[in-house]
Ligand binder design. Structure first.
Ligand code: MG
Length: 382
């Protein structure tokens, strides 16, 4: 199915590199719309609702979760895609799927699971997202996974070491050859950064972990703080915060669209292959905004992600992941009947690796609260 008026360098669904398993055409939806819908109906997508973004899910109802984060990424990504006349459906699919592979408890959970899996190939959330959409989702009678198009999978795998890339076939080639993904994947990548930089300020201020006066040391924040204060001097904290953040998102997104348009016009790629091979990102902010955006990111790292309250929760989260990993490996009867059966089916020299991977997949798929209650259940029964 053709999408009208797309730029030549966009991903055109009728020219997709296709799916691993053959699928019939759909009467109403193009390939990327189907990918998006498959992601929305997946179990992994639903579980994002109860997974940590920065704040552990039970810390408050108002904070972002992985699900609301993914929806905000998708909103920003779609705006950029539409403005640049590239494929909005594909951008949306990638944005919604980009965090599917995250463990419970955010980056702390990933770090702990990666350490547990050190001898067995490690754990990385981008690779896990691909495992989920290629293998772990069980929704179709005739194939494992969601059987997504190459372009959606290309966008989901944002980073990858050369070592891991060599196991990914065509999907891994760009990491070995130093190529870029299509424009829609580049948009999803930057939309992710824009979303978390801004919503983490909102959540950090709301939680009382960040201070509005101290944040004024960041140029981008201060520019809009002063503009808003000059126009409305008596705003409540909530309205002041939201007005500043809204204006910051608008500034960064507008700059990104304008600068990317100029970059694309210079390179003039004739199709998606030329986008992949042109050697540089085409979706890029202007130099001055890059500097201010990076400064904001650094500020958040030092003052929010490394805040003692966030760190103390991270340490507890790591303990839970380590505890679960060791407990399951020690006593397979603690696992579900399906997983016990899957383990009994593993054979051969790689048996140890296969078993640990089954356990890692299980833990990675857990929501925060399920991981908590599972650790409690095991402790209380031992
Ligand atoms: Mg993200």
């Amino acid at each position: 199915m053709v999408v009208n008026n797309l730029a030549a360098y966009a991903a055109h669904p009728e020219k997709s590199k296709g799916r691993i398993h053959k699928n019939d055409e759909d009467s109403y939806r193009n390939q990327y719309q189907r990918d998006r819908d498959r992601i929305i109906h997946s179990s992994a997508f639903r579980r994002l609702e109860y997974k940590t973004q920065v704040f552990v899910n039970h810390e408050g109802d108002m904070f972002r979760t992985r699900l609301t984060h993914s929806i905000e990424v998708s909103q920003i990504g779609r705006t950029i895609a539409r403005a640049l006349n590239v494929n909005e459906d594909l951008t949306e699919a990638i944005c919604l799927a980009h965090d599917l592979g995250h463990t419970p408890f955010g980056h702390a959970g990933q770090d702990a699971l990666n350490a547990c899996m050190k001898e067995f190939g490690g754990f990385e959330h981008n690779l896990q997202s691909i495992r989920i959409v290629d293998l772990l989702e069980q929704r179709y009678a005739s194939f494992p996974g969601l059987n997504l198009t190459f372009e959606t999978r290309e966008g989901i795998i944002k980073h990858c070491s050369k070592n891991n890339a060599s196991n990914l076939g065509e999907l891994g080639e760009r990491f070995i050859n130093g190529e870029k993904p299509g424009i829609e994947a580049q948009i999803a990548n930057i939309a992710d950064e824009i979303a978390y930089n801004n919503h983490d300020i909102d959540d950090g201020l709301r939680a009382g972990l960040l201070d509005i006066e101290a944040l004024r040391n960041c140029n981008l924040f201060n520019i809009y703080y002063e503009k808003v204060k000059t126009k409305w001097s008596n705003l409540t904290d909530d309205r002041l915060r939201h007005e500043i953040i809204r204006k910051m998102i608008n500034c960064v997104v507008s700059d990104l669209i304008k600068n990317s348009e100029e970059t694309i016009n210079l390179i003039k790629p004739a199709n998606i292959e030329q986008v992949r091979k042109c050697g540089k990102s085409l979706i890029i902010m202007s130099d001055s905004i890059i500097i201010m955006h990076k400064a904001l990111k650094k500020y958040l790292r030092l003052n929010l992600y490394q805040h003692e309250r966030v760190m103390s929760m991270s340490n507890k989260a790591k303990e839970i992941v380590r505890f679960l990993f060791n407990a399951y490996l020690e006593d397979k009867n603690l696992l579900t009947k399906e997983l016990q059966f899957a383990i009994s089916e593993t054979k051969g020299a790689k048996n140890g690796n296969e078993v640990t991977r089954i356990v890692a997949d299980y833990i990675a798929g857990m929501t925060d609260r399920f991981a908590f209650s599972e650790a409690e259940r095991i402790k209380n029964n031992s």
